[in-house]
Design a protein around this ligand. Structure first.
Ligand code: NAD
Ligand code: MG
Length: 393
């Protein structure tokens, strides 16, 4: 494999750190050209000293100054701002961009990578939830290669025929089976969900992840966002995507074919597997993960999701039926609600309630262009803040 040059957006996060772990195992195959981060400047500086990228990017000027001071005397040039994030995503010398910023902030740089025809390793699911139509259009128009990092979508990608082109029917696919762990509240008594604390919500049984996605896993909003993500990635109608609860998180998702065959991808729950898959695709490299010991795991179980327990999952399906700006509104309102929940400003059940209220009010916003969707995102954030402040008062 000719060495690949990488930009890692969100290098200091969980996905970013796991990506660098895989990269470090194969110094002959991967070279880091740019790293970006937001809050953990010391950590970013440390990563830069170790991986010697040409550029390091942060969003704000004062952080840029601090990073510059930490990197004095090194080869790494510090850049600041959203335009710089877009710049390092489209550099001619970069062939692969790991899009692992969390939240809507990840959209513009991921889009810049797609428009530059890169291999886009997409972890930032919010890009597809907010603007799936426009992102997929950019991928097609500019000949980018899209490789899903989200473990479920990576599993589906691996279980679909090579060269899958967005036509499920032509490839004899009946359904996509999206697995979900069910999170920490799968069996908790429903009447006690009102008392859920942030600590309980972020304590995921199988995965170590950022806080926001951990809360989303507890509410199953994460699975809802992933249904929307699968819709855009694989051109699947909502009825063709079925969520199956699988508490062991070993089967990462499946594809069912017309002849009754179901193909699955299995591995230990370690994000380095989908990351290594996408970094090396179509080749394979070691990821540093433990080998799967099925005899030791013993049992793989499956159950249907309970929509009453997980109303966010149902709301996500509904936004796909409504279409337009609805998924973007869901995503934006959810980011605000989750942050408020983590700050103890609203109760756990307030997350779903505020999403429902925002969708009821704003689903009709225009969605004809990317700008429309960004505006819908901004409106939903603002209105969700108002709603939450009102509830507090
Ligand atoms: P994280 O919170 O651990 O890391 C987020 C990264 O983005 C950090 O480097 C942070 O500095 C950067 N960042 C945050 N806000 C930013 C902003 N406004 N502008 C620029 N950079 C910013 O998150 P994570 O768990 O690594 O998740 C990253 C993305 O991958 C998310 O979209 C998440 O949904 C997706 N994802 C994560 C996992 C997982 O296992 N962690 C699995 C599947 C998908
Ligand atoms: Mg996932």
């Amino acid at each position: 494999m000719t060495p690949r040059n990488l930009t890692i957006l969100g290098a200091t996060g969980t996905i970013g750190v796991n990506t660098l772990d895989v990269v470090a195992r194969h110094p002959d195959k991967f070279q880091v050209i740019a790293l970006t981060g937001q809050n953990q400047i010391e950590k970013l500086a440390e990563q830069c000293r170790r991986f010697r990228p040409r550029y390091a990017v942060v969003l704000e000027a004062d952080r840029g100054g601090a990073l510059q001071a930490l990197l004095a005397g090194t080869q790494t040039e510090v850049l600041v701002g959203m335009a710089a994030l877009e710049f390092v995503s489209a550099l001619p010398e970069v062939d692969s961009v790991m899009a692992a910023i969390v939240g809507a902030a990840g959209l513009r740089p991921a889009l810049a990578a797609a428009r530059a025809g890169k291999r886009v390793l997409l972890a930032n699911k919010e890009t597809l939830v907010m603007a799936g139509r426009f992102f997929m259009e950019a991928v097609r128009l500019h000949g980018a290669t899209l490789l899903p990092i989200d473990s479920e979508h990576n599993a589906i990608f691996q279980s679909l025929p090579a060269g899958y082109d967005g036509d499920l029917a032509r490839h004899g696919v009946r359904r996509i089976l999206l697995t979900a762990s069910g999170g920490p509240f799968r069996t908790r008594a429903v009447e006690t969900l009102k008392d859920v604390t942030p600590e309980q919500a972020v304590a995921h049984p199988n995965w170590v992840m950022g806080k926001k996605i951990s809360v989303d896993s507890a509410s199953m909003m994460n699975k809802g966002l992933e249904v929307i993500e699968a819709h855009w990635l694989f051109n699947a109608r909502p009825q063709q995507i079925e969520v199956v609860i699988h508490p062991q998180s070993i089967v990462h998702s499946m594809v069912e074919y017309l002849d009754g065959s179901v193909l699955a991808q299995l591995s230990n729950p370690d994000m380095r597997t989908p990351i290594a898959h996408s970094l090396a695709y179509p080749e394979r490299v070691e990821a540093g993960v433990n080998w799967l010991d099925l005899a030791k795991i013993g049992q793989l179980t499956f159950e249907a999701p309970d929509f009453a327990r997980f109303p966010c999952l149902k709301l996500a399906y509904q936004t796909l039926e409504v279409g337009g700006a609805a998924p973007a509104i869901l995503n934006a309102a959810n980011e605000v609600a989750v942050a408020a929940f983590l700050d103890r400003r609203i109760p756990y059940l307030g997350i779903a309630a505020s999403l429902e209220a925002m969708l009821g009010r704003l689903s009709g916003l225009p969605a004809e262009s990317l700008e429309d969707l960004m505006a819908a995102d901004a409106t939903a954030r603002r209105e969700a803040e108002v709603l939450i402040a009102h509830a507090e008062a």
